[in-house]
Design a protein around this ligand. Sequence first.
Ligand code: NAP
Length: 243
Amino acid sequence: MNNTGRIALVTGANKGIGYEIARQLAQAGVSVLLGARDAERGQSAAEELASQGLDVSFIRIDVCDTGSIAAAAAEIDAGYGRLDILINNAGISEYTDGAPGKTSLEAVRRELETNFIGALAVTQAMLPLLRRAGAGRIVNMTSSLGSLTLNGDPSWPFYGVRLIGYNASKAALNMLTIQLNAELSDTGITAVSVCPGLVATDLSGHRGDRLPSEAAVFPVRMALLRGHDAKGVCLSEQGAIPW
Ligand SMILES: NC(=O)c1ccc[n+]([C@@H]2O[C@H](COP(=O)([O-])OP(=O)(O)OC[C@H]3O[C@@H](n4cnc5c(N)ncnc54)[C@H](OP(=O)(O)O)[C@@H]3O)[C@@H](O)[C@H]2O)c1
């Protein structure tokens, strides 16, 4: 499929899965805006990819700072006039998060602010640009830890992972996917939640042996889908994840 001319924004793309999503989207022919909250880290990540001949440029965007989000939207508008693909990837997991009885409320607030409100704020700001693309695509990087169904299933292998803030933030992000599809049903824009699996990154404390480069393949495939395939669902490489 020819993706030349398509523009993508990936938030939190200076490292981890987001960086690999940026790389693989660019390898597929998409012009990628590599979003990062830290200018130095973002610039150096974008330069690294650009030095490999990829069409990647840095854009500063802190998903918790509405000023930086508005500035990023204005910059994309001025440079391209539209946005074809938005990957809400920026995310955090706080080590002081835990079970409801003992979690840090501050950690929960930060997780909700970044993982849910951040994605909502970025989506809101980018919607006018996505509308102009005609068939915009939104990929929300979720986790199976956000599944209400699985959290209530004692036979689920991750049943014991009680991170009330992180899990709730991803459940809320999934709600964003569902409501976006309802709100945008008369447009060409579709949204999907995608879980990359357990990936060895800073966020996971480098648990597991799945590399970011492997984990990025499926979200990139979902981002490049056109039309109304795979919308309003939560997916992993293994198939659908229940809400
Ligand atoms: N790793 C896993 O096992 C796993 C599993 C399921 C889902 N996920 C999801 O996948 C996504 C990527 O995670 P990852 O594992 O690649 O984590 P990571 O390596 O820790 O990368 C997280 C990225 O998000 C950025 N970020 C954090 N807060 C931000 C903010 N306010 N504004 C802009 N960027 C911000 C970080 O920037 P800085 O470098 O500036 O901190 C970093 O670029 C997250 O949404 C995560 O929840 C990961």
